[in-house]
Design a protein around this ligand. Structure first.
Ligand SMILES: O=c1ccn([C@@H]2O[C@H](COP(=O)(O)O)[C@@H](O)[C@H]2O)c(=O)[nH]1
Length: 273
């Protein structure tokens, strides 16, 4: 099954547009996992098992693993996801961008080494820096468009022939780059007006939408701005607010993550129309 079909099936199966972000910061781990050589794997497995029936995707952020030289633990988590939850898309958030020959190696890393269903890429270096990922026809390519951080406006709002750069990127990907129907875009939940603009440009193309939860994006505005006619079209990511949810009573960290994931999934569903 290709990435888009898998995503469509996951939206339906779990009645969810929630993407659970895996950004494991060991300093925030519960005490019993601190300092353990397999601590990242055990932390992420517990989060995955606790939220898998609530999620339409999981998104490990590679920086949290690479910073510690813990790529072996990222491999183990990706293997765990593929073996136990093969129906849930695995998004590798790496935001890669480089010349074609190097991009091909990054694509091998994402798709062959980690077995990701899709990977985030930066469009700044143009089509020949993105094309190598498209050789894997059953995988997705998620292109940065309107990022969730305030500084994204420094470049993404520059005027390009009468339209802001982020809209140019949306048109370019929708009309030219998406040759095999495998592309998606990143658009931040922190900018619902721009999210609506992108949705109007790209039709039903899936959008990865980070920025709810810890970044404060408004769920109602996000869903109403980004939903498609059938009430799907988005992987709405929340990482820290879920994986570091404060336990209540005698809950453990995974139960707390489940509680917040369920609340977030349900809040999203309230506005899907
Ligand atoms: O525009 C973007 C693109 C990617 N991200 C990534 O999403 C998560 C957000 O984490 P939270 O804890 O929910 O804030 C993180 O991995 C970012 O690298 C983004 O935030 N904005």
């Amino acid at each position: 099954m290709n990435f888009i079909d898998k995503l469509n099936a996951a939206w339906k199966r779990n009645d969810s547009l929630l993407c659970v972000g895996l950004d494991p910061d060991t300093a925030r781990f519960p005490a019993h996992l601190q300092g353990r050589p397999d601590g990242i794997v055990e932390f992420c497995k517990a989060i995955i098992d606790a939220t898998a029936d609530l999620a339409c995707a999981f998104k490990p952020q590679i920086a949290y693993f690479a910073a510690l030289g813990a790529e072996d633990q990222l491999e183990a988590i990706c293997r765990y996801l593929r073996d136990n939850y093969p129906h849930i898309p695995l998004i590798l958030d790496a935001k890669r961008g480089d010349i074609g020959a190097t991009a091909h190696q990054y694509a091998r890393e994402a798709f062959d080494r980690y077995g990701a269903d899709t990977v985030t890429v930066n469009p700044y270096m143009g089509f020949d820096s993105v094309e190598p990922y498209m050789e894997w026809k059953d995988r997705g390519v998620i292109v940065l468009c309107r990022t969730s951080n305030a500084g994204g406006s420094d470049l993404q709002f520059l005027d390009v022939g009468g339209q802001p750069l982020y809209q140019h990127v949306a048109r370019l990907v929708a009309e030219k780059w998406n040759r095999n129907g495998q592309c998606a875009l990143v658009v931040g939940a922190t900018f619902p007006e721009e999210l609506a603009q992108v949705r109007a440009i790209v039709g039903d193309m899936p959008l990865l939408v980070p920025g709810i939860g810890a970044q404060g994006g408004d769920i109602e505005a996000t869903v109403k701005s980004g939903r498609t006619a059938v009430g799907t079209g988005m992987m709405i990511n929340s990482s820290r607010a879920i994986i570091y949810a404060q336990p209540q009573g005698d809950e453990d960290f995974a139960a707390a993550a489940r509680r917040v994931a369920a609340e977030t999934r349900d809040a999203i569903n309230r506005y899907r129309g």
